[in-house]
Ligand binder design. Structure first.
Ligand code: SF4
Length: 297
């Protein structure tokens, strides 16, 4: 994400990254600095690189984050940042455990996968996998939630649709790379946040995961990948990312983020940038800032 500044969620004003005064009541400057630095250091989620999560979310957000100068709300970026830190801790703790491949164990490359899904070349990275005698028996993914793990898990502890898509995509790419993956491979998406909940991922084919509708969206994963892949292809050919983002539907509006009925847009870090692009006329009644949260600065 080319972060050039921040949106203050209490005032809706924009501030350049070095304007710590304007963001003084939003987040400590050291945390703002970490988020900005991590953004610059990210070598994976850049340009037109497709990853297995590119079609699990709002394509408009992806184009905005990758190509437009952004003023994100940093509070919306904190949970993913914490999630990344958790992954580093877990990888260190699992270092040296027999049979486990984690980033610090086999090296970052050992956790990376690449290949083709839905007609697009893409890469991915798994958190941990267990192998015995060269056969992959288990794949794990850790999902971090600041809102509490139990809120995101159904009574049967079946993984959420988006986790089913992601883990199966990683499994399929592993196989494409020539890895032997057990037909009964266990796939667990651990949801972490207050408590730890292991959610089971059923084995699905490429066609099956492509037909899943994540977050209650009216679009399938295959369709979302097409929107992203085609947008990226047009950008590669020299079309303006701004006009491409403008032309994309507001996918996040009908993607439900929580059982309380909040949408993906409510937790979108670049909602302000998205609204600037337009297309929100009919959504104008939805307030961007909750009134009770406005504070004097
Ligand atoms: S505000 Fe909603 S529609 Fe706009 S980029 Fe974010 S998630 Fe997508």
């Amino acid at each position: 994400m080319p972060i050039v500044g921040w949106t203050n969620p209490y005032t809706n004003r924009r501030h350049l990254v070095q304007d710590y005064v304007g963001m003084a009541k939003v987040m400590p400057r050291e945390i703002l600095d970490i988020i900005a630095r991590k953004d610059v250091e990210d070598k994976v989620h850049i340009g037109t690189n497709l990853t297995v999560t590119s079609g699990i979310g709002c394509p408009r957000r992806l184009v905005i984050e990758r190509f437009l100068p952004c003023y994100p709300n940093p509070q919306r970026l904190w949970a993913p940042m914490m999630g990344t830190k958790w992954h580093e801790v877990l990888a260190q703790e699992m270092k040296g455990k027999p049979g486990w491949v984690v980033e610090v164990n086999g090296g970052v490359k050992e956790c990376e996968v690449s290949g083709w899904l839905f007609g697009f070349a893409m890469t991915g990275r798994m958190d941990a996998r267990f192998e015995d005698d060269g056969v992959v028996l288990e794949i794990k993914d850790y999902k971090f939630s600041l809102s509490g793990a139990d809120k995101f898990v159904d009574e049967n502890w079946v993984a959420k649709p988006e986790h089913i898509v992601q883990l199966n995509a990683l499994r399929l790419l592993l196989k494409q790379m020539g890895k032997v993956v057990s037909d009964n491979v266990g796939m667990v998406a651990w949801v972490v946040g207050g408590s730890w909940i292991p959610t089971r991922v059923p084995i699905k084919s490429e066609e099956e995961i492509g037909s899943i509708k994540v977050f209650g969206s009216k679009y399938t994963v295959h369709e979302l990948f097409k929107y992203v892949g085609n947008s990226f292809a047009r950008i590669d050919k020299g079309e303006s990312p701004t006009s491409i983002a403008e032309g994309l539907p507001l996918f996040g509006k009908d993607m439900m983020k929580s059982r309380k009925g909040t949408s993906m847009c409510d937790s979108c870090a670049v909602k302000g940038d998205c609204m600037e692009l337009g297309g929100w006329e009919e959504a104008a009644v939805i307030p961007f800032i909750k009134k009770e949260r406005v504070v004097e600065l």
